[in-house]
Design a protein around this ligand. Sequence first.
Ligand code: GLA
Length: 735
Amino acid sequence: MSEIIYDEDKQVFHLRNQYISYVLCVEELAILAHAYFGERISNYSGGRKYPRFERSFSTNFAEITHRNYSRDTLLHEYPTIGNGDFRTPAIEVEHENGATVLDLRYDSYEILAGKPALGSLPSAYLTNEKQAQTLVIYLQDQFAQVQVALYYTIFSELPVICRSVKITNNSNQVLHLNRAMSACLDLPYQDFEIIDLNGSWGAERQISRQAISPGIKTFSSTRGTSSHQQNPFVALVEKSTTENQGQVYAMALIYSGNHEEFVEQDQYGQIRVACGIASYGFSWSLAPKACFQTPEAVMVYSKNGLNGMSQTFHRFINQHIVRGNYQMKSRPVLINNWEATYFDFDDEKIKQIIDSAADLGVELFVLDDGWFGQRENDRQALGDWFENKEKLKIGLSGISDYAKSKNMQFGLWFEPEMISENSELYRTHPEWVMATPGYGKTFSRNQWVLNLSRKDVREYLKHSLDQILENVAIDYVKWDMNRYLTEVFSIELSANRQGEVYHRYVLGLYELMAYFTNKYPQILFEGCSGGGGRFDLGILCYMPQIWTSDNTDAVARLKIQYGTSLVYPASTMGAHVSAVPNHQTHRLTNLAMRGAVASSGMFGYELDPTKLTDEEKEMIQKQISFYKNYQSLIQSGTFYRLRSPFEGNETIWLFVSEDKSQALLFYFQVLAQAAPKLDVVKIPGLNPKEVYLVNGQDTYTGDELANCGFYVFPFLKGDYQARIFEIHQIPSKNL
Ligand code: GLA
């Protein structure tokens, strides 16, 4: 259950559930101040009312002459600019005369059952109004007549608060919004560290941890997408926080475009952390009576370390972000032809792949890039979403029918947001490319981006993809996006509105994703962007899974999947077994290792099954039946990171079923040792008093597994080894 309590005398708002409390208060002169966020408290009596005392050189208010109350030092809920708080603001509004001062004062509040939708932006959803409550605080700038509505949704069963902001121009002038963070949290001095997820193509979501120091640390993407380089997530942790204990304050943004997370430590050690649309390249024109809705931020508090934080995110994503037919439904084991053939395929080759894959027990065949227009290589045909009957003589329907005759589903790759210079689309509509007049159009992977902020572009895409989706029996779509945005401009917008294009691109993308996912609810959509370049909560509101990385090397994937798991559950991570030598790292790993790593996500193959030996085929059949056995545990179980690939030679992670009756422990060794340490693994999360059978051999009680554990023996021999422990509860008389 959640409650939102308003103490009218003290003007204090207290949001709480069984796990957390969030307290904010209306301070003197109607300034909205932050008081507390953390573990649930039964009552807030005022201990965090900001002390009144003078700080030299601090600012004071225009209305009062005493010097012991200052915006400069106060902890704010939604800080502004220009009148005494010199830290980074949450909002910047430019008036018609160019001024940017904003004086927001508390006006009123509302408490709503459930959670309102965010217009056309994706956001967390409820299946029942009782799952959450929302506090809306209205702030006003009386002079500029700007209203700022702060939304705080507290969930009943999770330590989560979702925040977003709606800014309304009630004046007669046109205002420009140059910054509008989704959430901002001011915390008192504490010795925190910052965790973020950064990376590159082929090495997405690597974990970094660093001390906070005075000044501003900004994490952001200015690439037009959430990016490989910086995931829209940041966490503050105590120095002593580990995977299993300590406090964590985390924020993740439900957004797929330019984003920014910043952490600022002020002169007195106080901390401001915020996230939202990146202010780089952003400016939104607010006509009289118009409003702007920010994306939603998800704030998680954990007192049980990073595993506690991740388990909350995982539950939240599985229950309140991912939606549709596939939300909790088991996903088909797929085979994708990309690494098997690249662009070089024809009917015969595809049929052979389907034949061999069907024999292995694969459930879905995905035809990747190269099936449309004159797409012989990556220099042409993007945008021409019609079949290439020269290449595939039996056509897409023929391939789909063939797969179905082998009891397999059929999936198809698209890259709707792109256009090649050598394409019919470009010859017909050169004006649809994202480009700035007078400048060259920067290439990346030989391609350009379509300007999705244009309605005609979106209508074309709806129409041309519909032609395929309506006429071919398609069960799965891989929606790819293989470059970032440059020369961002739209000839449809006036000079002072060019700062809207990045965000309008994302809104256009969401319109398309909503259109296709609503129209074809039976299709399983998988997001992709050169692997995991757009792995975010925005995409997951439409597509239940995302291709985690183009890097399919099992060793590299340990770090990628481990880092990704900080926020995102296994149910969202596409993970495939590929051939060796690996195409990205040229490493040789054994099939068991590759299978173990991939089966920790949404499982599939990315290789040519016609080239497998009999022994490999047999192993793959076993891998698939193993995976099908445990798929629901992997998809919805509680995930524990037990040993980090960022810290040593071994990686350990664990899935425990909700009813604690079964668990799967994955143990990976990167390099072999001549004189290995005898490693003990302990298995948390089981029922202490129940009895469990490990790998069909040894029995232990849950508390023995959690505290005493067992040796990993015999030693793993050779480099790149995996061992899986299958743990099942058995009747206790068997002990
Ligand atoms: C991207 C994807 C790959 C593959 C290729 C096709 O790189 O991440 O999986 O689909 O595009 O061009």
